[in-house]
Design a protein around this ligand. Structure first.
Ligand code: PMP
Length: 429
């Protein structure tokens, strides 16, 4: 495939945008080469500036669960835009999407809209601190909760790829309040809690991790955290930015039958527009301004266009729960197909999957936490794999630490084509 115009646009971009991108992982720094500039997209496909058609397994990093330019979402946004783009006043649609989210998600009474996943997680932690009166938080190595200071301590996603697990600009004072645990290691969390008795406000995690590849929770891990939090008065915060409204209508809470005290959302809840949200029971949410003392705000929060996209998306997911089954089935089909051809080509690999999130890791060791994800990523095979896929029109995330997001717009023909390409690329690894 030819990427001439993309490369020229990247050269222009680098002159006026740091690294040519507005979010680091887009720059292809981990895998090398120039990023693809996209002109438009429809359903399962991206069309780039060189008019290549690519089958998309990123889907805007998760939000586009029904594919690109999904008509009900686009129509809702266009209709709203004609009525004005932002008022800075309450609007009815904010209540309607909140009602729907509260109905779909277990154990929440109220939800507050923000503009990104970062804001959602940052605000959730402030709320947890305000509610408990404690300062420290526990996060897991390899989990990514956005780029707010407290989370840039061994974060996953682009923060790993770029080798800046402790970013300059994050103060020692902030870093000391973030305690790090190993994902899927309950004993490790218990030790941290024991060593910091009465000091911990919350434990925050991606209940199915998606920022070190896809890493499902080990049997008993989430229930163990829930029990530990109940025994110690620590709040359990599920960052369902990736998993919310994707793995089930009620996210991981529903699928794993474990409730969190605060839940963070992003991605699907905004239907592809900038939306994040955090939610909890009344006793916690009523600590927020304007009724409570914990301050949190946003000029564009609850923006009508963003709410219209989100409401259209959630309405469709709520009225047709078969969508969740359909994307899981498609992902399982892809899983089986890739497994078969990688085996036939005698490649050492591990595929991790949970519902419609999937990642391919090279090497034979199980990938269950950040250390094992890093070991596999360091083998370098992924980068060759990535470029082979791209050359053949398959767009996967440009980093070994990312999950793939399957959309319901993908047809079985698209999946078969993808498996064929995996077979072809495997012969070159
Ligand atoms: N939490 C998780 C689990 C995420 O995957 C992300 C982004 N990939 C974030 C938080 C941050 O969201 P945003 O990029 O919208 O700030």
């Amino acid at each position: 495939m030819i990427y001439k115009r993309s490369s020229a646009l990247f050269t222009d971009a680098k002159k006026v945008i740091p690294g040519g991108v507005n979010s680091p992982v887009r720059a292809f720094k981990a895998v090398g080469g120039d990023p693809v500039f996209v002109k438009r997209a429809a359903g399962a496909y991206l069309y780039d500036e060189d008019d290549n058609q690519l089958i998309d397994y990123i889907n805007s990093w998760g939000p586009l669960i029904l594919g690109h330019a999904h008509k009900p979402v686009v129509d809702a946004v266009v209709e709203k835009a004609r009525m004005g783009t932002s008022f800075g006043t309450p609007t009815e649609i904010e209540t309607r999407i909140a009602e729907l989210a509260v109905k779909m998600v277990p154990n929440i009474d109220k939800i507050r809209m923000v503009n990104s996943g970062t804001e959602a997680c940052m605000s959730a932690v402030r709320l947890a601190r305000g509610f408990t009166g404690k300062d420290k938080i526990i996060k897991f190595a390899g989990c990514y909760h956005g780029h707010s200071d407290s989370f840039l301590i061994q974060a996953g996603s682009g923060a790993v790829t770029f080798g800046s697990p402790n970013s300059p600009g994050v103060t020692q004072g902030t870093a000391k309040d973030t305690l790090l645990a190993n994902f899927n290691d309950l004993e490790n969390v218990k030790e941290l809690v024991e060593a910091n008795k009465e000091e911990i406000a919350c434990i925050i995690l991606e209940p199915v991790a998606g920022n070190m590849g896809c890493i499902p929770p080990a049997e008993g891990f989430l229930k163990g955290l829930r029990k530990l939090c109940d025994e110690t008065g620590i709040l359990l915060v599920f960052d369902e930015v990736m998993t919310g409204f994707r793995l089930a209508a009620g996210g991981v809470q529903q699928r794993e039958n474990v409730v969190a005290d605060i839940v963070c959302f992003g991605k699907v809840i905004g239907g592809g527009l900038p939306v994040g949200a955090f939610a909890a029971r009344n006793e916690i949410m009523d600590h927020l301004a304007p009724i409570g003392p914990v301050y949190q705000a946003g000029t564009l929060s609850g923006n009508p266009l963003a709410m219209a996209a989100g409401l259209a998306m959630l309405t469709e997911l709520d009225s047709n729960p078969e969508i969740f089954k359909s994307i899981d089935k498609k992902t399982a089909y892809l899983h089986e197909g890739m497994e078969k051809v990688l085996k036939q080509n005698e490649i050492d690999f591990t595929i991790n999957r949970y519902g419609s999130m999937i990642s391919v890791h090279f090497g034979l060791d199980a990938v269950t936490d950040f250390a094992s994800a890093a070991k596999s990523a360091n083998l370098g095979t992924f980068n060759k794999f990535f470029h082979g896929m791209l050359e053949n029109g398959i767009y996967i995330a440009p980093s070994a630490y990312e999950t793939w997001f399957i959309s319901d717009a993908l047809s079985y023909e698209d999946l078969d084509r993808t498996i064929e390409v995996v077979d072809k690329v495997a012969k070159t690894l």
